[in-house]
Design a protein around this ligand. Structure first.
Ligand SMILES: [Zn+2]
Length: 432
């Protein structure tokens, strides 16, 4: 299992302590929305003069700003000055390099999209290998979005890139050639080289890692009561990421990218790209679902508008299956039920192994609706072991289905709890 563990950088030198303190204050204000000096100094565990000085510096650097006066204290004291985080103080660039075209987006510091750019991956027959072409498209995308930020007068605090794979989903030397870690490693190298000259912090991670970070800081980690959950991306294959946030905030959550899509669920199943047989991914990815629907249509002999369309050559797409499902199409219903069972089979293992109560789905299954989630959840609750089984729930991500934004989320998180706060603050101050 490949682990990414978020760690707060702490140091003993005064400059490090100061940055740590600034970070604590910023995290507090970011997560609260607004705050006052007394509140922030209490939350960050700092003395009043230290906190006051840091807040003034953060206001000067442009990432915090004064807003209204707060309510007077119980003892009738002066109304405290409130200040808030400036969500538009900078932009984060996110790029998804996991597809046929490279897609990018720029977001403000609350992950609201500000600009997009799509760059086709040039299929030149000049012998340049695909990783280099993807790297060039990533760099072109980054440059286009940096230009957009410049035009809008916003500093860029970093570039997040989502790469294919799950860290170690395909062991080197096994499985189909070109799908293993060698290809992923070459792509990471080419991308890093292409972005190196831009002078900005670059964060590269598997797409599922960025999705898990985004979910923790902007999605179900914030909107629900759950501090531990699993993110499952069905979009291309089946990737899984476990999030464990022990505190009340997303700060210091632990992220583990477990390649659970490559656990065998059928001993007699076909060979998977990872080298195993009968992997869960081969049955539970969107692609597997649509292939099963296509095959099923050929064998279906009862009336079904969906099956007839597919036999007539329509390509199988999730939204079409969902539309027929809502109209009561019997073939669509059996396909959705079978697929729900296939997703559930793997989730049962996860619930039993990790005691996880909540699964958040990323990918294109949303059109299948709540009734599909209910089917999955019912199956898991029936088969998994107590006590986690009874509380199990599965939901569609509250975030938009927007892979570049997930990569931008990783940049924002790194500025707030990782290593790039200093450079982010410097960029924001320079732009003022
Ligand atoms: Zn596999």
């Amino acid at each position: 299992m490949h682990r990414y563990v978020a760690r707060r950088t702490t140091g003993s030198r005064p400059a490090d302590v100061k940055i740590d303190n600034k970070r604590s204050v910023l995290q507090h204000v970011y997560l609260q929305g607004t705050s006052s000096k007394p509140e922030a100094c209490q939350a960050a565990g700092l003395s009043r003069p230290t906190a006051s000085h840091l807040i003034d510096e953060l206001i000067d650097s442009g990432i915090l700003r004064k807003t209204t006066l707060g309510a007077p204290s119980d003892t009738g004291g002066k109304r405290p000055q409130l200040f808030e985080f400036d969500d538009d103080a900078g932009w984060a660039i996110g790029i998804d390099a996991d597809g046929q075209a490279v897609r990018g987006a720029a977001a403000n510091l609350r992950l609201a999209g500000q600009a997009v750019h799509v760059q086709p991956v040039d299929a030149r027959p000049d012998g340049t290998s695909r990783p280099e072409r993807v790297g060039e498209a990533v760099a072109d995308t980054a440059r286009a979005l940096i230009d957009a930020a410049r035009s809008a007068g916003r500093p860029v605090i970093g570039i997040g890139v989502s790469l294919p794979g799950e860290g170690n989903a395909a062991p080197a030397g096994r499985g189909a050639a070109g799908r293993g870690t060698d290809a992923a490693g070459r792509l990471a190298e080419a991308t890093s080289e292409a972005l190196g000259s831009l002078g900005l912090p670059v964060l590269m991670a598997p797409r599922i890692h960025n999705a898990a970070v985004a979910e923790t800081w902007f999605g179900c980690g914030i909107t629900s009561q759950h501090t531990s959950f699993m993110v499952v991306d069905t979009h291309d294959g089946l990737s899984t990421g476990l999030v464990n946030a022990n505190g009340e905030t997303p700060v210091n959550a632990a992220y583990s990218m477990a390649a659970l899509g490559h656990t065998t669920v059928n001993l007699d199943g076909p060979r998977c790209r990872c080298g195993n047989r009968g992997c869960w991914e081969l049955y539970a990815s969107e692609r597997a679902f649509l292939q099963a629907v296509k095959r099923g249509a050929a064998l279906w002999h009862l009336p079904s508008a969906l099956a007839s369309d597919l036999r007539a050559g329509s390509p199988p797409v999730v939204s079409e299956v969902a539309a027929h499902l809502r109209k009561g199409d019997e073939f669509a219903r059996t396909q959705a039920e079978t697929y729900a069972d296939r997703l559930a089979i793997g989730l049962v293992n996860v619930v039993n192994a990790f005691g996880l109560g909540v699964v958040v789905l990323h990918g294109g299954l949303r059109p299948l609706g709540q009734s599909f989630l209910d089917l999955v959840a019912r199956h898991v609750r029936e088969v998994a072991l107590p006590p986690a089984a009874a509380e199990f729930g599965v939901m569609f991500s509250p975030l938009p289905d927007n892979a570049p934004l997930m990569a931008a989320a990783a940049v924002i998180r790194d500025a707030l709890e990782g290593t790039t706060l200093i450079s982010a603050l410097a960029a924001i101050q320079d732009a003022r």
